[in-house]
Design a protein around this ligand. Structure first.
Ligand code: URA
Length: 434
């Protein structure tokens, strides 16, 4: 078999066989197929797409490119969650202790942020001492004992995705439904959980910009999960507006604490309750109304907050931070960004807001960049707000004052002004179960 022939076949709209996909993925993982051929294949897939069968074959081949985790040493129902990526998306920090306080075992591997999107590992490392590499045995023990553990993806898990994602990131081939679906699902399947809740983000801050594409991605991932015998549900949620008011790693921990203490902002709290209810429905079999009530009660009773403290401490983190968030890393510069004009905020491009936060030090341009946990943005107003000229729109947090002018420019480019109030947007677009 020759890789060149497979590129020609896909370029001309053909369907790759199971064997051809496996040849390509295993060969690429072993370094036998060079980046330039794989780039050409990815671009051909972007233009020609993949059938459901090809997407499933691609997912299985990627999953089998490395080790797969057997979670059987963990007792009970094991659940995992994955977001397709967004701005201000700290839902894992909130949802995981919520559902674990309701008896579901969270055994989760998370990733780091890249580009304008944040990553759960970076947020967790805002806790002094928090260890994301506790090893497999301690991971199992912690989940059995405390009901929750989140670690970094091990090097041997889905190596095909690691190589492919890095390649796609620099060849304009990330935004492609079969490639995203196989990338996410191969990792989730390899990580072993039987029940998986997917948060498919839709809007300006997400990879999927339209509801139509978001729905296609959600359906594709649910189909893959079901075909592999896993329990999967996808929640399609709004990422046209940053989620919550805080963007940046330690700042997002702060906002997660507010939600778990029962005084979080409505949009973030609402998305977390929907995700948690769907996970409880999936894992505990509770009707969705009962699951929603239990999720709300996990917050109002303080059980979810106590669960977060146990989890953070069990992974070596300083749980005292949760009762005193001023112990979190703080930026030396906090700059109030003022509205250049009066009017309604008609649109706030969430991707640009994420880019502005990354410029301040909260994100990475390349995998090797060092992030500043204290950097980020606290929004004072969001889409739909009526503001006066000179009113504070946001506070920019950074230890690198030289980045402020650029971050401010990008932030202001994100805003479209209008004379009237824009139409309200839904928080949840729908749930995909089939
Ligand atoms: N997240 C992933 O893990 N993979 C993608 O391709 C896109 C988002």
């Amino acid at each position: 078999m020759l890789m060149n022939d497979l590129i020609v076949k896909k370029r001309d709209g053909g369907e790759l066989s199971t064997e051809e996909i496996d040849f390509m993925i295993q060969g690429y993982t072993r370094g036998e197929i060079p980046d330039y051929q794989m780039s050409a294949m990815c671009m051909a897939i972007v233009f020609r797409g993949m059938s459901d069968k090809e997407t499933l074959d691609l997912t299985m081949s990627m999953m089998n490119s490395g080790e797969t985790l057997d979670l059987s040493p963990i007792n009970g129902i094991k659940a995992d969650k994955h977001s397709t990526g967004g701005v201000g998306d700290k839902t894992s920090l909130i949802l995981c202790p919520m559902v674990s306080a309701c008896g579901v075992k969270i055994a989760k591997m998370s990733g780091r942020g890249l580009g304008h999107t944040g990553g759960t590992l970076d947020k967790l490392e805002s806790f002094p001492g928090f260890n994301i590499s506790i090893g497999e045995q301690r991971f199992f023990d912690n989940v059995n004992k405390h009901g929750i553990a989140i670690i970094g993806q091990t090097a041997d898990l889905d190596p095909a995705d690691k190589k492919l994602y890095a390649l796609r990131d620099v060849t304009a081939t990330v935004g492609c439904i079969p490639l995203i679906a196989s990338s996410i699902m191969s990792k989730k399947l390899a990580a072993g959980a039987h029940s998986i809740v997917l948060d498919v983000k839709i809007g300006s801050g997400a990879f999927m910009k339209t509801l139509e594409d978001g729905q296609k991605l959600a359906e594709s991932m649910v189909r893959i999960g079901r075909a592999c015998g896993r329990n999967v549900v996808a929640v399609m949620s709004n990422m046209d507006i940053p989620l919550g008011f805080y963007i940046g790693n330690a700042l997002e921990v702060r906002e997660a604490v507010e939600v778990l203490q029962g005084h979080g902002c409505p949009d973030l709290t609402g998305v977390c309750i929907t995700l948690a209810a769907n996970m409880l429905h999936l894992c505990n079999g509770w009707p969705i109304e009962e699951a929603t009530k239990q999720a709300q009660e996990a917050i109002s009773s303080g059980r979810a907050f106590e669960q977060m403290k146990r989890w953070i401490a069990a992974q070596g983190g300083d749980a005292a931070v949760l009762d005193n968030v001023s112990l979190l890393p703080q930026a030396s510069v906090q700059y109030e960004l003022k509205a250049p004009q009066a009017g309604y905020i008609h649109h706030m491009d969430a991707q640009k807001i994420g880019e502005s936060s990354a410029i301040l030090g909260a994100g990475r341009k390349t995998k090797d960049d060092v992030i500043d946990p204290a950097a980020g943005i606290v929004l004072k107003e969001k889409t739909g707000a009526k503001v006066e000229q000179g009113q504070t729109l946001a506070v920019l947090h950074t230890d690198r004052p030289e980045t402020l002018a650029d971050a401010e420019r990008v932030f202001l480019e994100a805003i479209r002004w209008g004379a009237d109030a824009p139409a309200a947007q839904p928080l949840i677009y729908g749930i995909v179960t089939e």
